[in-house]
Write a protein that binds this ligand. Structure first.
Ligand SMILES: Nc1ncnc2c1ncn2[C@@H]1O[C@H](COP(=O)(O)OP(=O)(O)O)[C@@H](O)[C@H]1O
Ligand SMILES: [Mg+2]
Length: 263
């Protein structure tokens, strides 16, 4: 049995058989090992979210297969937690109750829930915010609360779809630091989507660059530099230039395509 996530020859066409089928992802093969941090980088509209939905079990692939720890992915599971740009917290619950929501449903004792909440609040840097409601928090804090809620279920892989895109630059940098700490202590795998080269380079063990739609893998760039990484080091600057060149070609292609569609 292969541990971790295995995406094999996956294609996704939206509206297949309809008047305007949209090929979002084509023949994509990608493995994410246990504990590995993989970042998907690609122009917008190239099928990154589509792929995450399939891995999360929210959508079916048109072709190909996804397995996790050797089992076919057919439906969502707390083991594969999906986190979006906008933290989807329950607005009527406190942060603590948001975090323990899944544990409560799973029938954990109040004492266990309380212990988990305190541990997670500490982990994501929200000690003291447990009794607040989501609307009382800043965007960065809400996103951390959402992360804590996902982590409560002890996921084996965190699927993150541009999780920090709505945050300002400073908050974003801090959130990346938080995420790295959490990832290191959780031993989970991460598959994170971003269109920020800097974010990709700060976080990833491996950056996977997508082509324009339909998304295919254009390049894979392993990064072994220890974290936290100095983005001004010659090594990181070289990697950034490399990623920028790879991405620029695809952004150009996808703009051209969009213009043709509008013409
Ligand atoms: N539910 C859907 N129905 C039809 N087309 C969709 C749907 N979701 C996404 N698409 C299309 O699939 C393509 C890839 O979208 P998406 O996966 O969201 O790209 P990305 O996340 O890389 O920006 C786009 O052309 C988008 O319009
Ligand atoms: Mg997307």
């Amino acid at each position: 049995m292969t541990l971790g996530l295995k995406i094999t020859n996956v294609s996704k066409t939206w509206n297949p058989g309809g008047p305007q089928p949209v090929p979002a992802v084509r023949n994509l093969t990608l493995d994410v090992e246990l504990g590995e941090f993989v970042v998907l980088l690609g122009p917008s509209g190239c099928g990154k979210s589509s792929l995450l939905y399939i891995v999360a079990g929210l959508e079916d692939a048109t072709e190909g297969s996804v397995t996790f720890d050797g089992l076919e992915v057919t439906e969502p599971s707390p083991e594969r937690s999906l986190i979006f740009q906008e933290a989807a917290l329950y607005p009527w619950l406190t942060v603590r109750d948001n975090i323990t929501f899944g544990l409560k449903i799973a029938g954990q004792s109040p004492k266990k829930q309380e212990e988990a909440a305190e541990r997670l609040l500490r982990l994501v840097g929200l000690v003291g915010a447990g009794d607040k409601r989501p609307h009382e928090l800043s965007g960065g804090m809400r996103q951390r609360a959402a992360l804590a809620r996902a982590l409560a279920m002890q996921p084996k892989v965190l699927l993150m779809d541009e999780p920090f895109a709505a945050l300002d630059i400073q908050t974003r940098a801090r959130m990346q630091g938080h995420l790295l700490n959490i990832w290191e202590s959780s031993q989970a795998s991460v598959l994170l989507v971003t269109h920020s080269i800097e974010e990709a380079l700060a976080l990833a063990d491996r950056v996977v660059v997508f082509t324009a739609r339909p998304g295919q893998i254009k390049a894979e760039i392993p990064i072994s530099a220890p974290r936290p990484r100095d983005m001004r080091s010659p090594e990181m600057i070289d990697l950034a230039i490399e990623c920028e060149a790879l991405l620029a070609e695809e952004v150009e292609k996808s703009f051209k395509e969009q213009e043709q569609e509008l013409a």
